[in-house]
Design a protein around this ligand. Structure first.
Ligand SMILES: Cc1cc2nc3c(=O)[nH]c(=O)nc-3n(C[C@H](O)[C@H](O)[C@H](O)COP(=O)(O)OP(=O)(O)OC[C@H]3O[C@@H](n4cnc5c(N)ncnc54)[C@H](O)[C@@H]3O)c2cc1C
Length: 384
C-alpha cells in the first residue's frame, strides 16, 4: 500500500527531518507542534559524523555546515587541565565532511523547518492531538482545537514526554532520571578553542564545545541525588560552585558564570521502551521511543537517522505493518547500543571515588596514546 497522508506529532528535530524526507519522496505530511511559537533553547548541539551522513542523504548537511563550526579533534583533560588524550573521530559522512559539526539549536531548527515546508509539509504551531482512534485503513485524530482529521499513519515525534506514547502505550514508559543533571551556558569562544574538550573531575565532568566563529558553550554534568529543582536566579552561583574543582580555562570561566543569566539546567533522563515501537498505524521515533542520556551526543543523531529510515520504508509501497516492523528491525539495536553506551559513559564520567577517577584517567591516557577514533564510532559508521 502506498502511504499518502502522515500526521507527525512534534515539530522537533526528528519530526521536521521526517517531514522533509517524506516530502522529498512525494508523501504529504502535516506536522502538529505543541509550542505556539518557535522557542528552541539557544544552546548548541553536536552533530557527529553519522548525523551528518543522514542529513547529507536528504540534502541538509551543507546548510548545517554553513551554520556551524566544524571540528575534527576531541580532547580529554583532567580537572587540572592536563591533557590526557587527543582523539580524532571518524569522518563518517565522507572524506570531505568534518568528523563533527556543532551549531546553535535554533539554527538547526530553522534549517529543518524550512526544508520540511519546501518539501510540501504543513507545519502547524500551537496544536496537539487529544485523541487517536485506529481503524483498518486509517487513524482518526481529534486535535486540541476540536478539529478532526484522518491519516494513513501517525508518527509520534513528540519527544521524551511523548503524548502519542502515552495515548498508545500507556503511562508505563515514563522517563527515568539517571542521577545526573546537565548545566549549559553559551559564551564567547576563545580563538584557540577549535576542538571539543572534555574535562574530567571527581564526581563531575565539564566540556567546552565551539559553536560558531564567535561562540562556544560550556556544559557541566553533576551528580544530583534526589533530582532537585533549582530557581532560575540560583543557576549561576550553583554552576560556579560545581566548577570549583577545575583549573585553567574553566576556572577563568567560573567567574563569568557566577553572575551569568541564560544558564540552562536539565535533569538527565532516558526512556526505555521495548519493541514494538508501533501499534497498528501509530509509530514512535526519536526521544519518544528511545530518549538517551546526552553523554555521547547521539540522541538527535538517532532521531535524524530514524526519520531518514522511516521515510525510505514508508515510500516503498509495502504494507504498513511490514514497513513499521522493518523500521524497528533496522533501528532498535542501534538505538539500544547508543542508550547503553551513553549511560555507561555518564557513569564513568561522574565517578566520585578519587582512586577510581585516577584509574579511569590512566586508562584514557593509555588507550588513546596514539591518536585514534573512539571504538563506538566504528559501530556508528556502519550503514543504517
Ligand atoms: C542536555 C542535552 C544535550 C544534548 N546534546 C545533544 C547533542 O549534542 N547531540 C545530539 O545528537 N543529541 C543531543 N541531545 C539529545 C537531543 O536533544 C534529542 O535526542 C533530540 O532533540 C530528540 O529529537 P526528537 O525530535 O525526538 O525530540 P525533540 O527535539 O525534543 O522534539 C519534540 C518536539 O515535540 C514537541 N511536542 C512535545 N509534546 C508535544 C505534543 N503533545 N504535541 C505536539 N508536539 C509536542 C516539542 O515541543 C518538540 O518541538 C541532548 C539532550 C540533552 C538533554
Amino acid at each position: 500500500m502506498t502511504v499518502q497522508s502522515v500526521l507527525i506529532v512534534g515539530g522537533g528535530i526528528g519530526g521536521l527531518t521526517l517531514a522533509a524526507a517524506l516530502g522529498q519522496r512525494g508523501i504529504r505530511s502535516d506536522v502538529a507542534e505543541l509550542k505556539a511559537a518557535e522557542s528552541v533553547y539557544g544552546v548548541g548541539i553536536i552533530q557527529p559524523g553519522n548525523a551528518l551522513r543522514a542529513l547529507k542523504s536528504i540534502g541538509l548537511m551543507e546548510p548545517c555546515l554553513r551554520a556551524g563550526f566544524q571540528v575534527d579533534e576531541y580532547r580529554y583533560y583532567d580537572a587540572d587541565e592536563n591533557l590526557l588524550a587527543s582523539l580524532w573521530p571518524l569522518r563518517v559522512a565522507g572524506p570531505d565532511a568534518p568528523a563533527m559539526n556543532m551549531l546553535p539549536r535554533p539554527a538547526l531548527h530553522e534549517i529543518l523547518r524550512s526544508a520540511a515546508e519546501k518539501a510540501g509539509a504543513k507545519v502547524r504551531l500551537g496544536i496537539t492531538i487529544d485523541e487517536l482512534s485506529q481503524h483498518e485503513n486509517r487513524v482518526d485524530v481529534t486535535f486540541s482545537n476540536g478539529e478532526k482529521s484522518s491519516y494513513d499513519i501517525v508518527v509520534g515525534a513528540d519527544g521524551i514526554r511523548s503524548k502519542v506514547r502515552q495515548l498508545t502505550f500507556g503511562q508505563e514508559f515514563a522517563p527515568r532520571f539517571t542521577g545526573h543533571g546537565v548545566w549549559r551556558y553559551t559564551t564567547r569562544r576563545p580563538p584557540e578553542l577549535d576542538f571539543q574538550g572534555m574535562y574530567l573531575g571527581v564526581g563531575v565532568k565539564a566540556g567546552l564545545v565551539p559553536l560558531t566563529m564567535d561562540t562556544m558553550y560550556l556544559l557541566l554534568v553533576s551528580n544530583e541525588p534526589g533530582n532537585p529543582r533549582f530557581e532560575a536566579d540560583q543557576l549561576g552561583p550553583l554552576l560556579a560552585e560545581r566548577m570549583k574543582p577545575f583549573k585553567g580555562v574553566l576556572a577563568w570561566l567560573r567567574q563569568e558564570v557566577a553572575t551569568a543569566r541564560d544558564i540552562i539546567y536539565v535533569p538527565i533522563e532516558e526512556v526505555i521502551l521495548p519493541l514494538p515501537w508501533h501499534r497498528g498505524r501509530v509509530v514512535l521515533i526519536g526521544d519518544a521511543a528511545h530518549a538517551s542520556s546526552p553523554h555521547i551526543a547521539q540522541g538527535a543523531a538517532m532521531a535524524i537517522e530514524d526519520a531518514v529510515v522511516l521515510a525510505e520504508l514508508l515510500s516503498q509501497g509495502t504494507e504498513i505493518e511490514e514497513a513499521l516492523s522493518a523500521f524497528e528491525r533496522r533501528r532498535f539495536s542501534r538505538c539500544k547500543f547508543v542508550q547503553d553506551l551513553s549511560r555507561k559513559t555518564g557513569e564513568d564520567g561522574n565517578i566520585d571515588d578519587p582512586d577510581l577517577c585516577s584509574t579511569r584517567n590512566d586508562n584514557i591516557r593509555r588507550t588513546f596514546a596514539t591518536p585514534q577514533p573512539r571504538p563506538h564510532e566504528l559501530t556508528l559508521a556502519e550503514p543504517i
